[in-house]
Design a protein around this ligand. Structure first.
Ligand code: EPU
Length: 427
């Protein structure tokens, strides 16, 4: 088992460069199966979710070649069975994007029920509703989601809830459907726009991505393309919050400041100075942090994927902050870990009341999911003493080269391997 050992407190200082957006990349790589020809995809993040997706593609017969650390060439001219097995799907949520993509490419798809972070129930009814409206038959059998359609026909689909995953999956299924598809009540996240731009660069006709109505004219052929993925909004936001929480001064490079506005606004309210440049953003925090109330919402609201990191930071603020989770039913499971470090947080359903404590103290903790892992890591860098973080595989699913990036900013962080026999002796 691997752990992070973090010794604090540290004030992060210097420059960090953000990688490609995880949640765009995990939609764009499955979408590559739609091309007749090779796709060259640039700015892919160096994270384990991408490694898993590339394994799924290779397993289906795609030719996958890394051109450099962040550029991949994918050729899906020959695909074998349109099946994503449990062994791979269980590691990540986005494996289900192969349903929409393979339905379009092969008229059928079988994908094991996906894994991903545990925030309570994660239904897929809106994905299924969309596929069925396009003419597909969808069933769940033996843990596999099976979809089949002799002919996909454009349709008018109204999503009952705003869902990133359903919006993406139904775009993938409708891009070559006969006629026009209109999707209403769509998610508007930057990665949805990125996926639409990628598909349009292959010859698709998708308009309105980034608004709540998306119109898709089905096309007959999608060709290969070269495309560069947008920077990761949440990785950038995490470094912004880490800078503010540790009383640091960090220039975060390769970002789109527009995507960070909701985070910037709350950081400024909390007392940090945020300076925007064309494609970078600097966060400085000198005085004591102030209390702020935050409610997470679909884009352009405050992102739920920044909620745990903000809660960690607000534990250090003067006064009592209220954080309300507006997207997921159960996204405060990590609070127990912050409490081990001294946080004073009361959770009632989807609301957390955070009393500022001034300083964390190091403790053994674990990452309960990806962004929860980022939250304890931020707390650990701000804490007095040593924090050992277990379950770091969660963190490495979504943050590329995080030890190197934080070390370059002055953090005292080491990744260590704990031998199995030590663990057994400790039980
Ligand atoms: N929902 C339904 N029915 C559906 C789909 C979703 O009721 O068919 C509900 C969910 O239960 C939830 C809400 O709709 O309450 C929003 O879920 P959404 O489908 O938007 O989430 P997702 O697509 O499963 C993506 C990101 C998450 C991020 C959410 C919200 C990916 C791979 N994952 O999940 O990212 O929290 O959108 O922005 O894009 C992360 O990166 O750490 C992460 C968890």
């Amino acid at each position: 088992m691997e752990k992070f050992i973090v010794t604090g407190p540290t004030s992060l200082k210097g420059e960090v460069c953000v990688g490609g957006a995880k949640n765009a990349a995990v939609a764009i790589l499955p979408a590559a199966v739609l091309a007749q020809g090779k796709c060259v995809i640039e700015n892919i993040p160096n994270i384990s979710d991408i490694t898993t997706l590339l394994k799924i593609l290779r397993g289906m017969g795609a030719q996958v070649r890394m051109i450099d650390r962040s550029t991949v060439e994918i050729d899906t001219s020959y695909l074998s069975e349109p099946v994503v097995p449990y062994e791979l799907a269980r590691y990540m949520r986005a494996s289900y994007y192969f349903l929409g993509a393979l339905l379009t490419r092969c008229n059928r798809a079988s994908v094991s029920m996906p894994g991903g972070c545990d925030f309570g129930v994660r239904p897929i009814d809106q994905h299924m509703k969309g596929f069925e409206a396009l003419g597909a038959t969808v069933s769940i059998d033996g843990g596999m989601i099976n979809a089949h359609a002799d002919l996909l026909m454009g349709a008018h689909i109204y999503f009952d809830v705003v869902s990133v995953g359903a919006t993406i999956n139904v775009i993938l299924a409708s891009v070559k459907a006969k006629g026009v598809t209109i999707l209403e009540n769509c998610a508007k996240e930057p990665h949805i726009v990125d996926l639409a731009n990628f598909l349009n660069s292959m010859g698709a006709d998708i308009r309105g991505a980034g608004t709540d109505v998306i119109k898709i004219h089905g096309v007959d052929i999608l060709h290969g393309t070269t495309y560069s993925i947008i920077p990761d909004q949440i990785e950038a936001g995490t470094y912004m919050v880490a800078a503010a929480a540790t009383g640091g001064d960090v220039l975060i490079k390769n970002v789109i400041p527009k995507h960070l506005e909701a985070i910037t606004e709350k950081l400024q309210k909390a007392g940090a100075t945020v300076i925007e440049y064309d494609d970078s953003i600097r966060v400085i925090r000198e005085g004591r942090l102030r209390k702020v109330n935050v409610k997470t919402m679909p884009h352009p609201g405050f992102p739920t994927d920044m909620q745990p990191q903000f809660t960690a930071m607000l534990s250090l603020a003067e006064g009592t902050s209220i954080v309300t989770e507006g997207v997921w039913d159960n996204r405060f499971r990590y609070v127990d870990e912050l409490r081990r470090m001294g946080a004073s947080i009361q959770v009632d359903g989807k609301v957390a009341v955070i009393e500022g404590i001034g300083q964390f103290t190091g403790a053994p903790v674990r990452a309960v999911d990806l962004r929860a892992g980022a939250a304890v890591l931020i707390a650990a860098m701000a804490a007095r003493g040593v924090t050992e973080i277990e379950n770091i595989a969660y963190i490495e699913r979504g943050y590329e080269n995080i030890v190197e990036k934080l070390s370059a900013l002055g953090a005292d962080i080491r990744k260590v391997i704990v031998p199995e026999h030590t663990l057994k002796a400790a039980l």
